[in-house]
Design a binder for this molecule. Structure first.
Ligand SMILES: [Zn+2]
Length: 497
């Protein structure tokens, strides 16, 4: 039986965010389970819509021995302390060394990880694994659609299989693709060679959504190319624009069967198609007041306000108050804001107790880039432990922990206050505290795009609202220093380099 080492080492690093990501953040996890090893990893991720969940099923169905090393995926946040990355990588390498020899390595990486010393952390991780297993052992990794793919990552792996969807509803399927690719390479049926075409484009997350054009059309091109003889995989990455690193941005990676020329031309053709449609990738945001006005005019909900600039799923603090303030001032019946992460306000509400009135200072405490703290008087409707499992199409079954959670009602606006920064992309984040999203007129969500998977089918209208923040979908508002230039839309470029 073939022996395959499996590990997950993921983080989406927002280098603009306040504060650093520590070893402890990797240990605790929050949005996903924390750092896990061996059997615990297998028990926790079996049956989950994650790449590693697929690796586990593939091992049974394809008949290989899966050697679980470790798995960790903390909530996106600021630059990773070098020591945190070094320690986790060391644990991974020690566990890998202990199970050698292996026939292959199957990884779940994100692709947008940045540490204090490593702008291309995944490139480094892959290189260290390659060093240990040698050049002949195939290494295949899944990647998030928001990977900032570097030449080093492509060189140090045999294939990179990125998600094809945003919202990410195909993590499980891409895990299976990666497992099949690895096994066919181990069996000698295929000889994967990969080529990367970086596209000099920074695309705001809402325009990367694969439910709408032009990204849906680009994905169609990728799927067509995958049907051609000799092509094993096509990965179109939207990139994670909130990383001030040289390799930030969109890219196309193609894996072909032994034919590097075919991989290169296929990647370049799709990169060209993205570039040619760059004007369609431009983004317009809506003033919060206009979105509220729309809901008042139509009187039919839910109208979703996506506060992408404060999306904790992209490393933002999740305590921004600009959208909250507008909704409190408008005081429209049927308004909900989910979520504001503010442990101090949660403690104040819990101290006041259920059914009691209290004045709290809410939000705006992480930095001065997401609006000031608001002094709000309201009543405490509910106190909850903040645990739920996703029921929507994205990462189905995965358990989230918002920490102690309070429904705080200010006038006509109900505010979900939590201890932890969690992106409320699954309707369960509201339903677990007794709020039925279908019954609300206005819902302000700290999410850029992922909410569309679960809220999309029930939403009357969706607005990407114009608020400030470190995850501002309008990438021209960010100040870059280390990014390679020129890059669209920050610079004028006449021809694709
Ligand atoms: Zn992503």
């Amino acid at each position: 039986m073939k022996r395959v080492a499996v590990a997950g080492f993921s983080h989406e690093t927002n280098t603009f965010a306040e504060g650093v990501t520590t070893f402890d953040d990797f240990v605790r996890g929050r949005g996903f389970p924390g750092l896990m090893f061996g059997g615990e990893l297998v028990r926790t991720l079996r049956g989950k819509s994650m790449p590693t969940g697929a690796f586990l099923d593939a091992a049974e169905e394809l008949g290989f021995e899966l050697l679980p090393l470790l798995w960790t995926f903390p909530q996106p946040s600021g630059l990773i302390e070098q020591d945190a990355c070094d320690r986790i990588l060391q644990m991974l390498l020690e566990r890998l060394e202990a199970v050698l020899p292996v026939d292959g390595v199957l990884l779940e990486l994100h692709g947008a990880m940045v540490t204090e010393d490593l702008p291309d952390a995944e490139g480094h991780v892959l290189a260290r694994i390659r060093e240990l297993v040698g050049p002949e052992i195939p290494i295949v990794s899944t990647l998030d659609l928001h990977a900032n793919i570097s030449p080093l990552m492509v060189r140090e792996s045999d294939a990179l299989v990125g998600y094809d969807t945003y919202p990410h509803v195909d993590a499980y399927e891409r895990g299976w693709d990666a497992a099949r690719l690895l096994i066919s390479a181990i069996e000698g049926e295929t000889r994967p060679v990969s080529a990367l075409a970086q596209v000099p484009m920074l695309i705001g997350p809402p325009r990367q959504c694969t439910l709408t054009s032009p990204m849906s059309d680009i994905m169609e091109l990728a799927h067509e190319a995958e049907e051609r003889p000799g092509i094993l995989n096509v990965t179109v990455s939207g990139g994670f624009p909130f990383a001030d690193i040289p390799n930030c941005g969109a890219s196309v990676t193609v894996t072909a069967d032994g034919d590097r020329g075919l991989a290169t031309t296929t990647a370049q053709d799709i990169a060209r198609a993205m570039w040619d449609r760059r004007d369609e990738f431009r983004l317009t945001l809506t003033p919060v007041e206009d979105a509220i006005e729309y809901a008042l005019q139509t009187g039919d909900g839910p109208v979703i306000l996506a506060d992408g600039s404060d999306n904790p799923g992209g490393g933002a603090p999740c305590d921004g108050t600009v959208m909250l303030q507008a909704l409190v001032e408008a005081n429209v019946p049927g308004s909900t804001v989910a979520i504001i992460a503010d442990p101090e306000a949660v403690a104040g509400a819990i101290e006041a107790g259920v059914g009691n009135e209290v004045t709290l200072t809410v939000g705006g405490k992480t930095d001065d880039r997401h609006g000031p703290p608001l002094t709000l008087t309201g009543y405490v409707r509910m106190i909850f432990d903040g645990r739920f499992a996703n029921k929507g199409p994205m990462y189905t079954g995965v358990e989230a922990n918002m920490g102690r959670t309070v429904v705080f009602v200010v006038g006509e606006v109900e505010i979900v206050l939590t201890e932890q920064r969690i992106q409320p992309y699954d309707c369960q984040a509201l339903r677990c505290v007794g709020i039925e999203p279908r019954d609300r007129l206005l819902i302000g969500l700290k999410s850029a795009v992922h909410f569309r998977a679960d809220y999309g089918p029930i939403a009357r209208a969706i607005f990407e609202v114009d608020t400030p923040g470190v995850h501002n979908p309008d990438v021209t508002k960010l100040q870059f220093q280390r990014l390679r230039r020129p890059i669209w839309p920050l610079d004028e470029i006449d021809e694709l380099p």
